[in-house]
Design a protein around this ligand. Structure first.
Ligand code: THU
Length: 308
């Protein structure tokens, strides 16, 4: 079966009751409340989540959708899952952990458009419009038109539109500000007369959630003597009495900063495979990954133990 498609729009909703009234007045029917738990898995392409609904049904949903502050097309496959716990365990073991999104969803239906009034744990209230395309639909102009009409009827202004998915928003919220603020300060202090490429790193050490250890890249006229931001931050953590790394933030003004290979190895010396690494732009976290995702098959001290 080819993937199903829909046209989606997501927005903050400061007044869900008013939205509900406007939707009913526009002809939508209330289809009740659903309790959903979506477990996400890190994947190289698209998105993958396991949705459990009302604690009774489960589906694996694989989908592709652009992050854009406008109505966008999503294409998706849904597969019924009889044993969600085992699948979650198997996918976590092979793909690593991802965020879990819990929400109460009030569902309204208008023609082929689903209206979701979502109360998302940790994020707040949202309204989503999802025009589901028929299997044989060609272009999705009709779906775009319906979303636009409904959006107008519900009075959803531009400044309320949300570009990202709940999972990404949650990762952002979960990243503690002091770590990100620290990385930003360190980035501003980088010594980069040659590359002009500023990198800031911030580390939290195990057993001391309150302190943030900072590092910036420090370049040198003898280029190979340059020190990366992560290496500087590791030095600061050790000098402050830290022993193990609990959480990492790396920041640069580039689409997605990732630690260089050498720094992945440096981090792995003091961190575990599940240690979160927040990859940040100046405005905040853009993606959170685990160290195991950055450095699979890591070489570490344990690898030498069974040797000669
Ligand atoms: N850089 C870092 O500080 N961390 C990384 O993981 C990648 C690269 C710095 C080193 C150098 O000063 C500049 O970025 C360009 O390579």
């Amino acid at each position: 079966m080819p993937p199903a498609r829909n046209v989606e729009l997501k927005a903050h909703d400061p007044d869900p009751e008013a939205t509900h009234r406007a939707a009913i007045a526009f002809g939508a029917a209330d289809a009740g409340t659903l309790t959903q738990r979506d477990t996400y898995f890190p994947v190289p392409r698209g998105r993958l989540k396991l949705r459990e609904q009302d604690g009774t049904t489960a589906q694996l949903i694989a989908y592709h959708r652009a992050d854009a502050a406008t109505a966008r097309t999503s294409s998706y496959d849904r597969i019924d899952v009889p044993d969600p716990d085992t699948l979650i365990g198997a996918l976590r073991a092979t793909h690593g952990p991802g965020p879990v999104v819990r929400k109460e969803r009030r569902l309204l239906l208008w023609e082929n458009v689903r209206i979701h009034l979502d109360d998302v744990a940790g994020l707040g209230r949202f309204v989503e419009l999802e025009a589901v395309a028929a299997d044989d639909a060609g272009d999705l102009d009709a779906e775009h038109r319906k979303v636009a009409d409904l959006r107008a009827a519900l009075g959803i202004a531009d400044d309320r539109i949300v570009a990202e998915g709940y999972a990404q928003l949650l990762t952002r919220v979960a990243a503690p500000d002091d770590l990100i603020d620290g990385a930003r300060v360190a980035m501003g202090r980088a010594y980069v007369p040659y590359s002009h490429f500023r990198v800031g790193a911030a580390l939290r050490s195990v057993g001391d959630a309150a302190t943030v250890h900072l590092g910036a890249n420090v370049e040198n006229a003898a280029y190979p003597q340059t020190q990366c931001a992560e290496a500087s931050a590791i030095g600061a953590l050790i000098a402050a009495g830290g022993t193990r790394i609990a959480e990492v933030a790396v920041m640069a003004d580039t689409p997605l900063i990732t630690p260089c290979g050498g720094c992945r190895q440096r981090l792995a010396e003091l961190a575990g495979p599940d240690t979160p690494v927040h990859l940040c732009g100046p405005e905040g976290v853009r993606q959170t990954v685990t160290l195991a995702q950055l450095l699979p098959y890591a070489f570490d001290a344990a690898a030498m133990e069974s040797g000669a």
